[in-house]
Each structure stands twice: as structure tokens, then as C-alpha cells.
Design a protein around this ligand. Structure first.
Ligand code: NI
Ligand code: MN
Length: 227
């Protein structure tokens, strides 16, 4: 069994059957709902959907302390490699085989600015992350995205899906239900909501709206889910 721990917002970690630690979208210190400090998180690989602060904030300290390899789009990976970190660049539609499984970046429709100290910034293309674990489980983190018809291409490829429902910056609950119709995952974990007031949502109402389409696992920060 793989063990997924939700850390609030879009941040989670997965311990694979073999004991590899994956961290997706490391946002710990400034994440108002996060239950754990970045210094207490294990990481062998850090996977980043896009360069917005609430997805990348703790990537550098986490990678520096653990020596983890960062998996991200070429632009984000290049930026982090310049900081002396180990990276494995991908791009949308491109996959790589790792010891823990196969990782492919999927399309997301969103922004991708990376803000640098001193007021400079560059932009990058946002992504979702599809992981086929070596032990067979298939997982998708949609990243920050609008509902896009490309999600239909994921149909039949995902067992557990993390899908944003916060609205305003990403899909809201109604579009997330349509995303589930497209992807047809067995289990849905709603993310990117209730971190701040502007993305407040009722996860129970979302679960009712999903109905029989999928099992909705509502996770509090710190909760774990095995799959
Ligand atoms: Ni974003
Ligand atoms: Mn975000």
C-alpha cells in the first residue's frame, strides 16, 4: 500500500510501498492550514506542478536538507538547478521512469509565474502530475487548473485523483464534478480549498454532488489515506 498524507492546500506526500518519499507542491511554512514543519518532512523526490508561491515555497529548503531530486517543467527545474539542487526536467506530455514509478506531466490551464527576490519574475507552463507507481497504483494531482476537455484523455488511467475545488483561482466544485466525469477515477481527494477565505468551499456538499461517480475522500491536514 502507498500512504498519502495531505498537508493542506495542494501539498501532499506519498510514501510508496518500497518506502520512497514523494512530496508534491511543498508549501509548509506559510501554509495556514499545514500541520507539519518543512524540517520534519522526508523527501526523496519533490514534484512541482507550477511556480506559484503556494506550490513551490518550500522546495529549496526541503531539497537542500534532504538532497531530494526535483521533478518539474524545464523552466522551473532550470531555475532550481541554478540554486544547486538536483533536478529532473520534464515537459507537458513527457514521462520519465523513476525507481518508484513512471511520472508524466499533464496539461493544466492556469498561470505559472515564478517570483524571484528583488521583484524579478519569469513565467512557466503549469502542469498536472500523473504517477504510475511501480506497485501498480495510478495517481493524478491535477495541479491548479480550469476544467479542460484534455482531462478526457486521462479516462481509465487514474485510480486516485487530487482535484482542486476552491474556485476563483482554479476549478470550483461544479467544474470539478465535470472533471471527474472526464477522468473517471475511483477515488477523489478535493484540494486547494479552505486554505484562505477566498477559496472557502463545502467539501461535504461537493461529495454529495459527486454522488456515485467516485468515492470522495475528504482529508483534513495531517490525515492519511492508503491506496
Ligand atoms: Ni497557482
Ligand atoms: Mn495555487
Amino acid at each position: 500500500m502507498a500512504k498519502l498524507t495531505y498537508h493542506g492546500h495542494a501539498t501532499c506526500s506519498i510514501e510508496t510501498d518500497e518506502g520512497t518519499h514523494l512530496v508534491i507542491d511543498p508549501f509548509f511554512g506559510d501554509n495556514p492550514v499545514c500541520e507539519v514543519a518543512v524540517d520534519d518532512v522526508d523527501a526523496d523526490f519533490i514534484l512541482i506542478t507550477h511556480g506559484h508561491f503556494d506550490h513551490i515555497a518550500d522546495a529549496i529548503p526541503l531539497a537542500e536538507r534532504t538532497g531530494a531530486t526535483i521533478i518539474a517543467t524545464f523552466e522551473v527545474a532550470s531555475f532550481l538547478e541554478e540554486k544547486g539542487l538536483k533536478t529532473s526536467p520534464h515537459h507537458i506530455g513527457g514521462g520519465v521512469h523513476y525507481p518508484f514509478g513512471y511520472v508524466k506531466l499533464t496539461p493544466a490551464l492556469h498561470g505559472g509565474i515564478v517570483q524571484l527576490p528583488g521583484g524579478e519574475a519569469f513565467t512557466s507552463v503549469p502542469a498536472g502530475i500523473l504517477i504510475n507507481l511501480s506497485s501498480g497504483q495510478r495517481f493524478h494531482h491535477a495541479g491548479d487548473t480550469a476544467l479542460i476537455s484534455d482531462m478526457q484523455l486521462l479516462k481509465g488511467q487514474v485510480d486516485v485523483a487530487m482535484i482542486p475545488i476552491g474556485d476563483r483561482f482554479t476549478m470550483g466544485p461544479a467544474d470539478a464534478v465535470r472533471a471527474i466525469e472526464f477522468i473517471e477515477p475511483k477515488v477523489v481527494i478535493p484540494i486547494h480549498y479552505n486554505t484562505w477565505l477566498p477559496i472557502e468551499q463545502d467539501a461535504g456538499a461537493f461529495r454529495s454532488a459527486v454522488g456515485d461517480l467516485a468515492h470522495v475522500e475528504i482529508m483534513a491536514p495531517g490525515a492519511t489515506y492508503e491506496f
